[in-house]
Design a protein around this ligand. Structure first.
Ligand SMILES: [Zn+2]
Ligand SMILES: [Zn+2]
Length: 186
């Protein structure tokens, strides 16, 4: 499937958003306060975002939970249902733009949208195109048992199982290797 620059940005943003959630109660939240949300907005170059508040923070955390559900969806039908709800609640105003030197692309968030609605509209639509292309299963969670981070598998044959093969994949290979050695030694 063709993935344009802006879809790629929206995918990176939604993956990073989902992965700011604490993995368990002892872990810290990557969006702990408004300053962390401001950093997130800045580092993902989100356009047209105004002054942020506690209200925005809690709204974005709610949206994050909904996106996490989409990455965990069992099939395209349940993903489609969740995406429809998310995008409908955000409201959209598709419009062509070529801001900041990027080629023509479509923004979906409505003018003046809150940051949560902005994320829901544009990242929701990026995920919607995966469902349309029959590629919903590329939206994954890492299979390493102690990880479960979200990622988008952009490999040619959809074979990627871990969020970052240098860490999670390797860690598992080492564990499997040790287990085999132990078996043959015993
Ligand atoms: Zn843009
Ligand atoms: Zn992982």
């Amino acid at each position: 499937m063709l993935i344009t620059h802006d879809t790629r940005c929206a995918l990176d943003t939604v993956v990073d958003l989902v992965n700011t959630a604490p993995e368990d109660e002892s872990a810290s939240d990557g969006l702990a306060d408004v300053a962390a949300l401001e950093d997130f907005v800045r580092s993902h170059k989100m356009s047209d975002v105004g002054v942020l508040s506690e209200f925005d923070l809690s709204a974005v955390r709610r949206i994050r939970g909904r996106f996490a559900g989409i990455f965990a969806a069992a099939d395209s039908r349940s993903a489609a249902g969740m995406i429809n709800e998310l995008v409908a609640a955000a409201g959209t105003t598709p419009r062509l733009t070529d801001h900041d030197g990027y080629d023509w692309h479509v923004h979906y968030f409505a003018p003046g949208a809150s940051v949560a609605d902005h994320l829901a509209a544009d990242c929701g639509m990026a995920l919607a195109f995966f469902v349309v292309a029959g590629e919903q299963e590329r939206l994954r969670r890492c299979e390493a048992p102690d990880c479960r981070r979200a990622f988008v598998d952009l490999s040619r044959n959809r074979s990627r199982r871990y969020c970052d093969s240098r860490t999670c994949g390797n860690r598992l290979h080492v564990a499997a290797y040790r287990a085999r050695r132990k078996e043959s030694a015993g």
